[in-house]
Write a protein that binds this ligand. Sequence first.
Ligand code: NAD
Ligand code: GLY
Length: 358
Amino acid sequence: MRTLKVSLGDRSYPIYLGEGLVSRAGELLRKAGCGEQVGVVTNPTVAGLYLNPVQEALARSGFRVTSILVADGEGHKSLKSLSAIYDQLVKARFERSSCLLALGGGVIGDLAGFAAATFLRGIPYVQVPTTLLAQVDSSVGGKTGVNHREGKNLIGAFYQPKAVLIDVEVLRTLPRRELLAGLAEVIKYGIIEDAALFALLEEKLEKLLALDRGLLEEAIAASCSIKARVVEKDEREEDYRSVLNFGHTIGHALEALTAYEKFLHGEAVAIGMAQAAAISVGQGLCDAESLGRIHRLIKKAGLPTAIPSNINTPELVKKMEVDKKAAGGKIKFVLCAGIGKTQFCWLSPQEIMARLAA
Ligand code: NAD
Ligand code: GLY
């Protein structure tokens, strides 16, 4: 097992990464200083695979365990699910020292994290992410929240976990499409901060997709380290943290325009990254060779690069304008200044439309 650290003063926490950590949850929660009572928040899909070993590990370490199940799916990252979690915590008499354990992908992590942030004005929680996306992105950095019918993640809080337990073994049961969507975020870290990670992905992608354990750990560790360093610099996304949104401005707009039904988040981000790289070349920031490498790697990973032909480009750009990253008629873009480097840029809708690539 390796240990990384997110250093945020009294909100610092370890990220444990390795094999078989699900079965070590009890010991690692003790280390994190969790009280006697633990609520495991999960969904039926993940519960069927991993709830038993987690419960057994917690019981072996003497914890009292309450399991809290939420239906599977983005639609359940809601105030209704949150309210049902509070009901169960009240019923089981959870106290300030009691702890929540989020066992699942980003939906469960965001929901359980927000329940922890708000119940009794804040109780400790631990992330046990089970999708690649959650392991490299959503479990680290303390963004928690739920959706509102008018938009995603409109209600939430910055609230850091006490620890993150990343067990690479759980990725073996993850559907391939979900794995690839998570891989888009790993590629993102390579593009924005780490040319060596990008080159590693180019060279060893097949092995990674065959779930080679050493390689998975290397790619996840590199991704989490980048995320940790960014969050340490700008925890509450006042400025620099938005570098993590590379590819997301177009990605979010695509998801919204297709009613969150056509693309997984990582798929939309893959298109967004390919397009942001093309815009970067148009702006004279990025060389054509880097653009070619970005497009080739995204395609090799089985992810899309092109905006589907039935998408209306002016409508897409309009969606970007309603995103929170727009001001004074211009949209804030994270652009690529060569692999491993970024630059922020404010662009007009006309400039964006002129640069979107096929
Ligand atoms: P998800 O949580 O919906 O999980 C995807 C699917 O995989 C679900 O059906 C889930 O039940 C299943 N699953 C999870 N682990 C599994 C496993 N090991 N084996 C088999 N099936 C498994 O989706 P996601 O992509 O993990 O997360 C998306 C969510 O994350 C969105 O709500 C997004 O807003 C949020 N997010 C948050 C942050 C953040 O910083 N907090 C960052 C990125 C995304
Ligand atoms: N997923 C982007 C962030 O955590 O800021």
